[in-house]
Design a protein around this ligand. Structure first.
Ligand code: AGP
Length: 634
């Protein structure tokens, strides 16, 4: 939530900051702003509501000169997303400017107190107290003033501060919100995420909780909150700038969907060597794994859906019972975990506040903790006892796609690793599964190639849906204008069974996120217990029906929907003749794959359906309204 970027060096800073913020826009896009030092008495700044392009327009007319600057892109928590609440925030004399990602919990009391001492507040944000506190404690040394101000603050933060009296200097600090320093040549950078640094450097320092950083063009100094120096060695990042660009695709989402076969191949090649599963970074010993009696998976959103698939995989391969919980439920209900439990936290970003809190809760209760996450050096990867990186590369689109299949791949590998190690998975099955896993990327590619061939057809279907959707709404309203007050009658229903039930949830989430069309994922067997009441000729009902032990049951569900006039779109195994007898509205075929591995392939059409519909509806696919890529607030 919120992205911050800082630059100090020999170049004009404005455009570098804007470019950095654009890489971070996925973290929030309610407003943005930039503050620049230029030798004048006061800091110069511009900020505005809406996306970064709005700020760029302003800066074209009123460019800001200067070589040290901080910038911010916001996902609103306290105060509406307007110009005044946009960051940076400045003190009474505009000599100090602050950008912040996080939440200051005691801001109300601090604000009352600061007001009494003359601070003039211009916004409704919690952040503004930081700048007035720094100003209050400023006695000619910005670093000391920031350190002192942080003592008064309760909450989470990644902040960057500049002061007109200390040219060329940025002071930053972090507590539970991510912050990375980029080391350049005679220039240094700060960002919420490494993807914003890739244009400039591959040498970074991940700032730890409780650290205060002072950047100038030639130096980076790190101290703790008491001022004691901290020694840190920069690490080299493997992600490349090409990975973080659209590369000819119209949206990051479709680029990331198409990257999936390649990513899966890379993951398998890295992790499977001479028929052995290798997790070099795991940091959990064999003895610790042997003592595991129960596995608890915690995660949010898409990662939670991956966790639900993980339950099927891990229970089948290891015989260990698996529980799955959304992190926000887990952390607030005094979960009964402890010794003998392995708590696995799944997260793309490794920064999601609820999942992080879940890890802390589990650690406190003496459970063994492991995180499966994508971002190297993220907070979860450092706080959990063990880590397995998913290596999906930077995921920029807010709607997660490649991170999901990389999480699934990692769960399969973990299941195989544990099953083999605990001897719960027969050798023969282990080898057969490894062999088939290596064939999955080409199956995925086949689905994507087929989509490419039928792209126009998919677009036409999405257009048809759009027409029906709006025609239906009109008919509905005309018949009874009072109904305008109620919710519209167009939606999607996603049905799945067994290991593909979580995929139904994921398909519905993808559509909701980027097209704002109501969508629900349901276990198909539950249809008759309620959702069947919704069926008429309107909803698109996406039925996940690849060959499986419940295929026949799924066919019965489809018949029930057809009998009520429903528009069925089944996802079936190629060569399925039965399905066409039911005259579905549109059929999507996927290659033949064993049931246990099928989620990896079956989710692709769902990602593509969401993409096509959002495109037809003209929505902002990569940056849907109200969302942020990583949710670092509770
Ligand atoms: C997925 O499309 C979402 N944008 C969202 O549900 C996401 O999966 C969730 O916020 C969890 O994020 P994480 O994986 O970074 O922890």
């Amino acid at each position: 939530m919120c992205g911050i970027f800082g630059y100090t060096g020999g170049k004009q800073a404005q455009n570098l900051v804007i470019q950095g913020l654009k890489h971070l826009e996925y973290r929030g896009y309610d407003s943005s702003g930039v503050a620049i030092q230029n030798g004048a008495k006061a800091i110069h700044f511009e900020k505005t509501q809406g996306k970064i392009r709005n700020l760029e327009e302003i800066l074209k007319k009123h460019p800001l000169q200067g070589k040290t600057a901080i910038g911010h892109t916001r996902w609103a928590t306290h105060g509406t997303p307007n110009d005044l609440n946009a960051h940076p925030h400045l003190d009474n004399h505009s000599q100090i400017a602050v950008v912040h990602n996080g939440i200051i919990e005691n801001y109300f009391d601090l604000k009352q107190n600061l007001k009494k001492h003359g601070a003039r507040f211009r916004s409704e944000t919690d952040t503004e107290v930081i700048v007035h506190l720094v100003a209050k404690y400023y006695k000619g040394n910005l670093e000391n003033a920031v350190r002192r101000a942080l003592k008064d603050i309760r909450g989470t933060y990644a902040i960057a501060v500049i002061c007109s009296k200390e040219p060329g200097k940025i002071v930053a600090a972090r507590l539970d919100s991510p912050l990375v320093v980029g080391i350049g040549r005679e220039e240094n950078f700060l960002a919420s995420d490494v993807s914003a640094l890739l244009d400039h450097t591959d040498r970074v320092i991940y700032v730890e909780n409780g650290e205060v950083i002072t950047l100038s063009d030639r130096a980076v100094s790190i101290t703790d909150l008491s001022g004691k120096p901290v020694k840190r060695v920069p690490v080299k990042i493997q992600w490349t700038i090409t990975q973080a660009k659209k590369g000819g695709y119209p949206h990051f989402m479709i680029k990331e969907i198409f990257e999936q076969p390649e990513i899966l191949t890379a993951i398998l090649r890295e992790r499977i060597q001479k028929s052995k599963i290798i997790f070099e970074e795991l940091k959990i010993s064999a003895a610790e794994l042997k003592s595991v009696k129960r596995i608890v998976i915690i995660a949010c959103g898409t990662a939670y859906h991956a966790g639900l698939v993980g339950k099927y995989i891990l229970e089948e391969f290891t015989n260990i019972p698996v529980w799955v919980d959304t992190s926000s439920e887990f952390r607030y209900r005094d979960p009964k975990v402890g010794k003998g439990d392995l708590v696995i936290a799944i997260s793309q970003s490794g920064e999601t506040a609820d999942t992080l809190a879940g890890i802390r809760e589990a650690k406190m209760k003496k459970a063994l903790t492991l995180t499966i996450c994508n971002v190297l050096g993220s907070t979860m990867s450092r706080e959990a006892k063990g880590v397995i990186y998913t290596h999906a590369g930077p995921e920029i689109a807010v709607a997660s796609t490649k991170a999901y299949t990389a999480q699934l791949a990692t769960l399969y590998l973990l299941g195989l690793y544990l099953g083999n190690f605990l001897k719960t998975l027969p050798e023969k099955r282990f080898h057969a599964l490894v062999k088939e896993l290596f064939r999955v990327p080409s199956m995925m590619q086949k689905v994507l190639d087929q989509y490419k061939k039928e792209e126009k057809d998919w677009a036409a279907k999405a257009h048809d849906f759009n027409k029906r959707y709006h025609a239906q709404l009109e008919k509905y309203y005309k018949a009874d204008p009072e109904k305008r007050k109620r919710s519209p009658n167009g939606f999607f229903l996603y049905l799945g069974r067994g290991i593909n039930y979580p995929n139904a949830l994921e398909g519905a989430l993808k559509l909701k996120e980027i097209s704002y069309i109501p969508a629900e994922g349901y276990p198909a067997g539950e249809m008759k217990h309620g959702p069947i009441a919704l069926i008429d000729e309107n909803p698109w009902v996406i039925c996940l029906a690849p060959q499986s032990k419940t295929y026949e049951k799924m066919i019965s569900n489809i018949q029930e929907i057809k009998a009520r006039g429903g528009m069925v779109i089944p996802v079936v195994t190629e060569g399925d003749k039965e399905i066409y007898k039911l005259k579905p509205f549109y059929t999507i075929e996927i290659p033949k794959v064993s049931e246990i591995l099928s989620p990896l392939v079956a989710v692709l059409p769902l990602q593509l359906i969401a993409y096509c519909v959002a495109k037809e509806f003209g929505e902002d696919i990569d940056q849907p309204r109200n969302l942020a890529k990583s949710v670092t607030v509770e």
